[in-house]
Ligand binder design. Structure first.
Ligand SMILES: [Zn+2]
Length: 208
C-alpha cells in the first residue's frame, strides 16, 4: 500500500529531476501562471490531464469532479470559470469526458438521496433528454454514448453562462471544446461540439 512516506519520497525524486532538467523551472512557476487551457474533467484517477496531453505543469488550469459536470448552480464551478476567463484570460476551455466513467454508469443504474446521487441527477437529466436515442442501444453502447452526450451538455452549460457571454461580447477569445478520452487506448477525440462565439452557440439553439 502507498503510504505518505512513499508519496513524499516520490515528490523529492520528482523535484530533483525537474531541477536537473530545467534549473529555472520553480522560479518561473513561482512568479506567475499563464495557462492556455481550462480543463473540466472527471475525478477518475485514470484521466489526469497533464499526463494525457503531455504538457508541463503550468499549462492547464484544472477543475475536476465526478462525471466532469459544469453545474450552473455550483459556486465551485462558477468561481473556477470566472477566474479562468476574467483573470487568467484562458482562451481554451476543454470539457473532457471519458469512456467507462463510473459516474456515468451510476447515473444509468439508480437514483437516491446521497450526495453522489444528487450530483449525478445532472447526468440523469441528460439521459432523459436523449431517451429516444439511448434506449435503442445495448448497455455498453449506452454507457459510451451517454458519456459523449454529457460532455456536449456541459459544453452548452458553459456557453450559455453569463461569464462566457460577457467575455464574447467584449471580444475576448474563448473556445469551448468537447472531447472524450478513450481509456482503452489513451486517445482523445473531439465530440464535434465546439463554440467560439455567442452566434455559433445560438445557431444550435435555433435548430434545437
Ligand atoms: Zn469518470
Amino acid at each position: 500500500m502507498l503510504t505518505i512516506k512513499d508519496i513524499l519520497a516520490r515528490n523529492h525524486t520528482w523535484s530533483e529531476q525537474v531541477r536537473r532538467d530545467d534549473p529555472d523551472y520553480f522560479s518561473r512557476a513561482a512568479a506567475a501562471q499563464a495557462p492556455e487551457v481550462l480543463w473540466i474533467g472527471c475525478s477518475d484517477s485514470r484521466v489526469g490531464p497533464d499526463s494525457l496531453v503531455s504538457l508541463p505543469m503550468g499549462s492547464i488550469f484544472v477543475h475536476r469532479n465526478i462525471a466532469n459536470i459544469f453545474a450552473t448552480n455550483d459556486l465551485n464551478c462558477l468561481a473556477v470559470l470566472e477566474y479562468a476567463v476574467d483573470e487568467l484570460h484562458i482562451p481554451n476551455i476543454v470539457v473532457c469526458g471519458h469512456y467507462r466513467c463510473g459516474g456515468i454508469h451510476a447515473a444509468m443504474q439508480h437514483s437516491g438521496i446521497q450526495p453522489i446521487d444528487l450530483w449525478l441527477d445532472q447526468v440523469r437529466y441528460v439521459y432523459h433528454r436523449h431517451t429516444l436515442e439511448l434506449d435503442h442501444l445495448d448497455e455498453e453502447q449506452r454507457w459510451r454514448r451517454l458519456a459523449e452526450l454529457n460532455v456536449e451538455s456541459q459544453v452548452h452549460n458553459i456557453a450559455r453562462n453569463t461569464i462566457i457571454r460577457e467575455a464574447w461580447r467584449r471580444g475576448q477569445e474563448v473556445n469551448i471544446i468537447g472531447v472524450i478520452y478513450d481509456i482503452h487506448d489513451g486517445l482523445l477525440h473531439q465530440t464535434g461540439v465546439q463554440f467560439s462565439s455567442y452566434e455559433e452557440w445560438q445557431a444550435t439553439q435555433a435548430r434545437g
